[in-house]
Write a protein of this length. Structure first.
Length: 588
């Protein structure tokens, strides 16, 4: 039913034989392949292996090569693999079995990849979790996933303590950002002093020692891996990760990604940079690993390429520039606001960024001026890409050559089928016309965790709907015209209006609320709330600030409205539904 938009728009997807042998039919259906950088294959041979094979393979071939640099501390790939094995054994001793969910709520510190790969080695399913989530957000993700174990920062434990009885958690493993730092830096590291958004009292040493379900991670990493452990058979088709996303609408749902999905996407991303040299690159890891983009493009890509990961747990422009100056990263996946912030901070010292060669910008549209300024200042190549959590996440990218087309999300990666179809009929649309972007490939998720109806809705005849409107030109370059309906893209983080609205509706002063995106020079988009107050309550700056404070108690910082406007009424459809697209116009 679903075909590819091609110059004659009559070709259906090629058969397996055509894919295997190439030929004119293949290139007619895949015009983008002709614009691949030299050395990028049209197809990949994906090993029938679990994702953990990446770490085992690299640790064997590059055992002494530096895997992480974390504020001066260095760990080799041999150490990384050994710690992951020990952590896997420790999880088994806690009773973790194949298929159990292990949530990981950590920033980009060495413990994150160790816990992630350790959980997979134990046969568990990893559940990446934002460590800055509020009690409400944490409870939803932990309860929905059914996680038995949570790995988290000790200073944020009060957030989980407050909602733990509403989850299936049996064990909590605590660690600190300072865990792998020298003694002096352990006392100075700022992230450990982050304010915790919980009314619960902080964790005390007495509580830690009295509660046998609380564990400290570092002793686990020193424990021999052969005690109490048994081999776990994990196949490429087993689930590896439940990656939470809102899909195209609604509250967060868990995208089910197999080991094969994740291995395929790491290989697709690696193949896209053929000039990257195995064992010689350094990756600037600013994008959080708990985000699908950071998990694949920063972490798994690095392990596949035996690259050194320069870990940045919290973005601060001055600290990032210092890390670039000290450790000379060559690859920098990011989002537009990060590149813009570095340009502003570096200013006259722009030469400090010269080590960077390859940059992929994702999660938000890349302004042409930011792209041009960053390339001119650094001498690197900055290209825009596209993806979504359900695709593990990368599906498109511009080539790192003169074939790059600003304003485009680029070309489908190797082995990814992409199509533009009419949302009503499902038929291919002519070249240059707008329709819904559809995807197919080895990296596409298996469905949504415990959401069968949403899974059925997003798949059709083997293709996955993205909900994003786009178009394709005659050369196979894709363009996003409109992001997934009503989803706000704030600095690369998805914000779902319904979730913010539900928080506002609980405030005693609010009668109605509508949330939408408004343009923001720095973030691309930001969250705006339009509120109708209950009778007797006057709109004022004080009321506005009270609503913002109220949202901060229930939402992560990037979801909190930065703009609040009071209205007499909100624009509605004939059936009474708020028309979000008309909110910012002031139409009623």
């Amino acid at each position: 039913m679903f075909g590819i938009s091609t110059p004659n728009s009559s070709h259906q997807l090629p058969s397996s034989a055509q894919l295997s042998h190439g030929g004119e039919d293949f290139f007619l259906a895949h015009p983008w392949v002709k614009h691949y950088e030299q050395g990028v294959p049209a197809h990949l041979a994906i090993p029938d292996r679990p994702l953990t094979w990446l770490l085992d393979r690299t640790a064997e071939r590059y055992s002494d090569h530096t895997a992480f640099i974390y504020l001066g501390t260095k760990l080799t790939y041999a150490q990384f693999a050994r710690y992951a094995d020990r952590f896997a054994s420790s999880l088994q001793r806690l009773g973790v079995k194949k298929g159990d969910r292990v949530a990981i709520a950590l920033p980009n510190i060495p413990q994150y990849p160790i816990a992630f790969y350790g959980a997979l080695k134990a046969g568990a399913i990893a559940v990446p979790t934002n460590p800055l989530y509020t009690e409400r957000e944490m409870q939803h993700q932990l309860a929905d996933s059914g996680a038995r174990v949570l790995v988290m920062l000790d200073s944020f434990y009060p957030v989980v303590r407050a909602v733990r009885n509403q989850t299936a958690l049996e064990h909590i493993i605590l660690t600190s950002p300072a865990g792998f730092l020298p003694p002096v830096l352990r006392l100075l590291y700022p992230l450990s002093q982050r304010r915790v958004t919980s009314r619960e009292p902080p964790l005390t040493s007495k509580e830690l020692h009295a509660d046998r379900t609380l564990h400290v991670m570092h002793p686990m990493l020193e424990s021999p891996s052969n005690i109490g452990a048994s081999p776990v058979e994990v196949s490429a088709e087993d689930l590896a990760v439940i990656q939470y996303t809102g899909g195209t609408t609604g509250l967060p749902k868990g995208a089910m990604l197999t080991h094969r999905n994740l291995l395929a996407n790491a290989m697709q991303g690696r193949a896209w940079i053929p000039r990257a040299r195995e064992g010689e690159e350094a990756m600037l890891c600013v994008i959080p690993f708990f985000h699908a983009y950071g998990m694949t493009v920063s972490m798994n890509f690095s392990i596949l390429a035996a690259a050194t990961m320069v870990l940045i747990p919290r973005f601060k422009a001055k600290q990032v520039i210092k890390a670039i100056r000290d450790y000379h990263p060559t690859i920098f996946p990011g989002i537009p606001t990060l590149y813009l912030a570095l340009l502003r901070e570096a200013d006259k010292h722009i030469s400090e960024l010269k080590s960077i060669k390859f940059c992929v910008s994702g999660a938000a549209p890349l302004p042409a001026q930011v792209q041009a300024d960053f390339e001119a200042a650094t001498g690197s190549k900055l290209v825009e890409g596209y993806g979504l959590s359900e695709a593990a996440p990368m599906t498109h990218a511009n080539p790192f050559t003169e074939e790059c087309r600003p304003g485009s999300i680029g070309l489908p990666l190797p082995d990814i089928e992409a199509a533009i179809v009419d949302q009503s009929t499902g038929e291919p649309v002519p070249i240059g016309e707008v329709g819904e972007i559809m995807l197919k490939g080895p990296n596409i998720m298996q469905g949504y965790w415990k959401h069968d109806e949403e899974t059925k809705a997003i798949f059709c005849h083997g293709w996955m709907r993205t909900g994003d409107l786009g178009k394709m030109d005659a050369d196979g370059y894709f363009y996003v015209v409109e992001r997934a309906k009503e989803v706000i893209n704030a600095s690369g983080f998805k914000v779902y209006p319904r979730e913010v609205e539900e928080v506002l509706f609980h405030h005693p002063a609010v009668a109605e609320a509508g949330v939408t995106a408004v343009p923001d020079v720095y973030r691309g988009e930001t969250v705006a709330a339009f509120v109708v107050l209950k009778p007797g309550i006057e709109p004022s700056e004080k009321t506005k600030q009270e609503l913002i404070r109220y949202c901060k108690q229930a939402l992560a910082a990037y979801k909190v409205p930065r703009r609040v406007e009071f209205r007499q009424s909100l624009p509605k459809s004939l059936i009474g539904k708020v028309i979000r697209r008309e909110l910012h116009t002031g139409r009623v």
